[in-house]
Design a protein around this ligand. Structure first.
Ligand code: BGC
Length: 788
């Protein structure tokens, strides 16, 4: 995208200077607005042309059968798919007799700007209708971060040279026609017209539509209110139909005269609330927003984002594209989780329907580490959502013959929805990833209430899972067999090192927490003996290591397998899963995405420095990065072991995944985990931020192309600023009580406002940069275009 000449490089916004219909769908994803509860893709106000129309409400999905060619016990039978709900964005415009449709007439200029500081999407265009009348159209859109149920648009039209009569039609539109997707027809049938009308109303400037989903039984309400200014002789009309509410405004306009329509939209959904209650809920939200007013909503949005950036911004000197990309990434990661409140954070956020709107481990392993340091309240909410799905996870564990809780690999509401068990149910590591996110949150916030009311139960139930999934061999060693680690090209493996190390931390922390919270432990029927069994399993966890090669095994016996024939794999045969059978991938040494490398980040304490260097050198030439979840952690380890140039290249890949549409699927929604990975590569990679147990450590580096990185992290209600220059790293506590961090091996107690500079440590001495499989080298990153 930004490599596209229509996109400019600027530090605080994403600007598209011309409309290019061939990247319309991608632009709808990058210009999506969301607060984690409501998601509006960046569709044009007038609705068409569109790539993929999208309006989403977090948690609104439809249930459908998961068809299998063969029956297998425990296969999930019901899928959940995010629904495109009532579209409240649409404002159509008629200029004299002609619809405002950019495919016709003449477009003189068209600009869209996503402003990352104000949280607004602006549009400004000048268009001549086929009839020869020219109008300027401007709009500003927001999805409120402060009023969770509210989104809003201000739309203006102004004739340029001749008087015109305009008609604006502001709509609520349900069951929109969507582009056909390649799907099983049994699933498509359920998803088409998934919203069944229950009520529609139009009263003056207000509209309301209430629908119910046919199978999941969710009630979805949308309402809109309007305020028109700018012309004499305005005529309005409102009407409603089962799937449409429409407020129309007609006005004659002289050149230079502006007709302005402010539209407030409120949304709500519920599984249990009655029709009258939902009606009142959306009406009340509108009334609240109306009393705040348009300007009030803008001010609130700005204030919310000012507070966010004060505790989250990253400044980069030396690479304007990365500067833009990291703020763009932080903005979208925030949007994905800010007000999700008790719901999942999906892999695409609410920016598209990709992956059916499912949430994966992407949330706990990629998104939550960023939010923990930048918007910790959102993390508590996301983990409380996981906690709320414990009944379903316990049920799944029982079904699988296991104890504790087995969280789903992919889901919207808690039910396992993965139809392919080797890369679904077998990816048990998600349970330890959840535990890890809980522990990170506790370390960075010290939130003792959360520890008692949420953390203990999550840790205990996941520890139980590991104990029942694994076993002690005759020598007492604990094994976890038949699981899939992060690398989905090595399914159903024994003793996947990542899984074992993460489970080990999970088991140990569960034991500690259960002993610290005896009342909660008793309520969960945890006994001393069980705690001892967790400690024992953790202490005797198998760590597969190849002594001959002097490296860790990704899983038992991994290095014994034949190496994938990279020399005869063409560049156009990636991603491999689309060109080679899984059975062949599974029995060869080829790594889809960071697995052992990820273990080195998450459990860095379990590896000696030389093991990391050797492990990185061994696994790099095998790692093909067929997932967007890989580059960022490769960046982190590359930086740690001293290959800063390679780390910088990987940073570029993670950062530009969507802005340059590197995987050619940004049209279906943003890769929220890779966006989060931009921050991880910068802060975890070059900042060297790690947390082991309760200690927060930094091992800073600076790649040759950057002259300065400055970032801020939230630690226990304080903001800590870290500034890395070519010679120095400076730690500054920006307020609050003193706090002790570890720089390399030195403990430094920081006091508010007293910067602590240290010389930038020299890079470790490393051998030659490891290679990647042919054609899989990350693009060498050169600082890009100058800021515009
Ligand atoms: C990756 C998974 C990831 C999923 C959703 C897959 O391609 O291999 O690790 O969770 O995409 O992003």
């Amino acid at each position: 995208m930004i490599s596209h000449p229509a996109f400019a490089v600027e530090p605080w916004c994403l600007r598209e200077t011309h409309l290019h219909l061939e990247v319309l769908a991608q632009s709808e994803s990058v210009f999506a607005l969301s607060n984690g509860h409501i998601g509006w893709r960046g569709n044009l106000d007038e609705g068409e042309p569109h790539g993929l129309p999208g309006s989403y409400l977090n948690g609104v999905y439809e249930r459908h059968p998961l068809p299998y060619p063969e029956i297998g016990y425990g296969n999930p039978e019901t899928g959940q798919t995010i629904l495109n709900i009532t579209n409240g964005k649409v404002i159509r415009l008629l200029v004299d007799d002609t619809p405002f449709d950019l495919r016709y007439g003449r477009l003189h200029s068209h600009e869209r700007v996503l402003d990352l500081r104000s949280g607004l999407l602006h549009r400004d265009c000048l268009w001549t209708a086929p009839t020869g009348r020219t109008v300027r159209v401007r709009s500003t859109r927001l999805v409120s971060l402060t009023q969770r149920a509210i989104a809003a648009v201000a739309f203006e039209v102004e004739p340029v040279d001749e008087p015109v009569r305009v008609v604006l039609q502001s709509e609520l539109l349900a069951n929109e026609q969507l582009p056909k997707e390649p799907r099983d027809p049994r699933v498509s049938t359920v998803l088409e017209t998934a919203l069944r009308p229950e009520e529609h109303a139009a009263m003056g400037s207000r509209l309301r539509l209430i629908h119910r989903t046919a199978h999941s039984g969710l009630r979805v309400a949308a309402a809109a209110d309007h305020h028109v200014t700018g012309s004499e002789g305005i005529d309005t009309l409102s009407e409603s139909f089962p799937d449409m509410g429409r407020f129309a405004v007609t006005a004659p306009l002289a050149p230079g005269q502006r007709l302005r329509l402010e539209k407030l939209v409120s949304y709500g959904w519920s599984q249990s609330r009655s029709l009258p209650a939902m009606r009142d809920q959306v009406d009340a939200a509108l009334t609240g927003a109306r009393s705040t007013g348009w300007q009030g909503l803008l001010d609130e949005q700005h204030a919310y984002l000012d507070a966010f950036w004060a505790g989250a911004d990253v400044e980069i000197d030396g690479d304007p594209e990365i500067q833009q990309a990291v703020r763009f990434a932080l903005f979208h990661v925030l949007q994905a989780g800010a007000r999700a409140e008790g719901r999942a954070i999906p892999a695409k956020g609410l920016t598209g329907s990709g992956y059916d709107g499912h949430c994966f481990w992407d949330t706990e392993t990629f998104v939550l580490p960023v939010l923990t340091c930048t918007a910790p309240k959102a993390v508590a909410e996301a983990l409380r959502w996981r906690h709320s799905t414990l009944p379903e996870a316990r049920k799944r564990a029982r079904q699988l013959g296991l104890r504790g809780a087995a969280f789903p690999w992919r889901t919207i509401a808690g039910l396992e929805c993965s139809g392919y068990w080797p890369a679904g149910t077998a990816a048990f590591h998600i349970n330890a990833d959840i535990a890890d996110a809980v522990l990170r949150y506790l370390c960075f916030t010290g939130d003792r209430d959360f520890e008692a009311d949420t953390a203990v139960e999550l840790l205990v139930e996941t520890a139980r899972l590991w104990c029942s999934l694994g076993y002690h061999d005759s020598q007492g060693r604990f094994h976890i067999d038949g699981v899939t680690g992060p690398d989905e090209y090595s399914a159903v493996a024994n003793d996947n090192l990542y899984t074992n190390l993460m489970a080990q931390a999970n088991l140990k922390a569960a034991a500690d927490l259960a002993q610290r919270h005896p009342a909660q432990a008793t309520a969960l029927r945890v006994e001393e003996e069980e705690i001892a069994s967790w400690r024992d399993a953790a202490a005797s966890m198998t760590i597969p290591y190849n002594d001959e090669l002097g490296i860790h095994e990704q899983s038992a016996g991994f290095t014994r397998h034949e190496v994938w024939d990279f020399a005869h794999t063409r560049a156009d045969q990636y991603p491999l899963l689309l060109h080679f059978p899984y059975f062949d991938l599974y029995r060869k040494q080829v790594v889809k995405q960071a697995d052992l490398i990820l273990a080195m980040v998450m459990r860095g304490d379990a590896f000696a420095a030389e093991d990391k260097t050797r492990g990185f050198a061994y696994y790099e030439p095998l790692t093909v990065r067929d997932s967007s979840l890989s580059a960022c952690f490769q960046a982190v380890i590359a930086a740690e072991v001293g290959h800063t140039r390679l780390a910088y290249d990987y940073l570029g890949e993670a950062a530009l995944m969507d802005l340059e549409d590197l995987q050619h699927n940004t049209r279906n929604g943003l890769h929220i985990a890779s966006l989060a990975g931009t921050w991880l590569a910068l802060v975890g990679g070059f900042g060297g931020l790690r947390h082991f147990e309760d200690t927060i450590r930094f091992t800073p580096r600076l790649p040759e192309n950057l002259t300065r990185i400055r970032f801020i992290v939230n630690i226990q209600q304080r903001h800590l600023q870290v500034e890395i220059t070519r010679t120095t790293v400076t730690y500054t506590l920006l307020g609050g009580d003193p706090y002790t961090i570890v720089h390399l091996d030195e403990h430094i107690t920081l006091t508010s406002g007293a910067p602590e500079p240290r010389p930038l440590p020299p890079l470790p001495r490393v051998g030659p940069e490891p290679s990647q499989p042919p054609s899989r080298r990350p693009r060498p990153r050169r600082p890009g275009r100058p800021p515009t």
